[in-house]
Design a protein around this ligand. Structure first.
Ligand code: GTP
Ligand code: MG
Ligand code: ZN
Length: 222
């Protein structure tokens, strides 16, 4: 197979991602690409974040899944605008899918757009969606060696949420080792230790995110 075909896919994605990015900027929307393995707690984090920022930040959600609208149904119950993307087999979202979903959202009315990517620790990191913020989750049950095995995701994300810390005592997961490995790969990574079950650590995350949203709004005004 000709390798140029592959380059073509990524070039086209970058072009559409820049268009998405411009749209987010013009509308003062912080777009957050949320990535993690299946079951790490993406939808749980979206739900918790909606609860904590309700009344303070206007939030829209795009739910990316290979199939079903299970997650979108959960998010809809919070009364926020939700668009479901079914990738029809693809294991990641791409910029064109986001562009299409944006047609179903009223961007000027939003401050924050949360995009839950398909559960996958590999290729979502390869496809720029035009987001301003890349957030990843690693849950305690997955093990602290994952940065070494999935380096792209860990080196490209701005924020790492270590989720399910309520399970720390039931596993050999070592937060210190994880932090050390991540620091070496991505010194700028902002790390929060949280539990979407107990709520521990989540207020710090919500405050930080709200600050990022305000900064984006201020940039738009300048
Ligand atoms: N113990 C514990 N369980 C959690 C926590 N966060 C999420 N869970 C559970 O983990 C399971 C998966 O959570 P989801 O939020 O659906 O994970 P997801 O990443 O959205 O999964 P996919 O969309 O399928 O990739 C659910 O049963 C949650 O209740 C946590 O902090 N602690
Ligand atoms: Mg989910
Ligand atoms: Zn993929």
């Amino acid at each position: 197979m000709d390798i140029r075909i592959l380059e073509g896919v990524f070039d086209a994605n970058e072009r559409i991602a820049s268009e998405n990015e411009a749209l987010f900027r013009e509308n003062g929307v912080l777009a957050m690409n949320l990535m993690a393995s299946p079951g790490a707690g993406k939808t749980s984090l979206v739900s918790r974040t909606l609860e904590m920022l309700s009344g303070k930040v206007s939030i829209g959600v795009i739910e990316g899944d290979i199939a079903s609208s299970v997650d979108a149904e959960k998010i809809k119950s919070y009364g926020v605008p939700v668009v479901q993307i079914n990738t029809g087999g693809a294991c990641h979202l791409d910029a064109a899918m986001i562009r299409e979903a944006l047609g179903h959202l009223d961007l000027p009315s939003l401050d924050l757009l949360i995009i839950e990517n398909v559960g996958n620790l590999v290729c979502p990191a390869e496809f720029n969606l035009g987001e301003g913020l890349r957030v990843m989750i690693l849950s305690v049950a997955e093990g602290h060696d994952k940065p070494l095995k999935y380096p792209l995701m860990f080196s490209q994300s701005h924020v790492l949420l270590v989720n399910k810390i309520d399970l720390l005592g039931m596993s050999d997961f070592d937060v210190g080792t994880l932090r050390e490995t991540v620091r070496r790969m991505n010194p700028a990574m902002v790390i929060f230790e949280v539990s979407c079950r107990t709520g521990e650590g989540l207020p710090a995350w919500a405050e930080w995110l709200e600050r990022m949203v305000r900064e984006r709004k201020n940039q738009q005004r300048m």
